[in-house]
Design a protein around this ligand. Structure first.
Ligand code: R5P
Length: 216
């Protein structure tokens, strides 16, 4: 039987299906919450043009249910992107990347008109940073970037054994209390060797669905 938290994730993901418009291409995130959204998309198979996927994992799930996976370079701006998050603050700013898919996710978010974020209530926080902040880095820059992250007040830990879909490494930055997420996103983006920081603050979510309901 599905546990209570999984059931809440599923409710959020299923609620997001009402944002899908016929004849469009849907941006699809990654993770255990989005998995339920992908399952629900099966009913739309014949009514949407296809999906742009943020990971090899989601691509495999989409293909399993017969949804064409399209190249973002061929689709242009997407009307909708649906994705989960690891943390969400009251301003819809997010930490993402627990599943190492942050770079492709951030690209699709940037290319989408509406970003609908689907979470369960346990992921809501007042201040981001309780969840270690993922940073994707070029492998040879890992130690250098780690030193710069220490200088910014964090404690980076290499996610040993994990290689992203882009062939890079992940540092998870602990002990951050992120009072100004936009400024920190900018500062980390400027470190040479950083590919993407999992702070989605400059481009936050537009709609947050928590435990199956839109948050006001
Ligand atoms: O890299 C992974 C993504 O950012 C996910 O959206 C995030 O980790 C949330 O995943 P889940 O729904 O499994 O908690």
């Amino acid at each position: 039987m599905m546990d209570a938290r999984e059931a809440l994730k599923k409710q959020s993901a299923e609620r997001a299906l009402r944002y899908v418009e016929e004849g469009t291409v849907v941006g699809v995130g990654t993770g255990s919450t989005v998995k339920y959204f992908i399952e629900g998309l099966a009913d739309f198979r014949d009514r949407i043009e296809g999906a742009v996927s943020s990971s090899e994992q989601s691509t495999a799930l989409l293909k399993q249910i017969g949804i064409p996976v399209l190249d973002l370079n061929a689709t242009g701006t997407l009307p909708l992107y649906v994705d989960g998050a690891d943390e969400c603050d009251p301003h819809r700013r997010l930490i993402k990347g627990g599943g190492a898919a942050l770079t492709r996710e951030k690209i699709i978010a940037a290319c989408s008109q509406r970003f609908v974020c689907v979470i369960d209530g346990a992921k809501q926080v007042d201040i981001l940073g309780g969840f270690p902040l993922p940073v994707e880095v070029i492998p040879m820059a890992r130690s250098y970037v780690a030193r710069q992250l220490v200088a910014l007040g964090g404690q980076p830990v290499w996610r040993d054994g994990v290689t992203t879909d882009n062939g890079n490494a992940i540092l998870d930055v602990h002990n951050l209390r992120i009072v100004d997420p936009v400024a920190l996103e900018k500062a980390i983006n400027q470190i040479v060797g950083v590919v993407t920081v999992g702070l989605f603050a400059a481009r936050a979510a537009d709609v947050v669905i928590v435990d199956g309901k839109e948050r006001g």
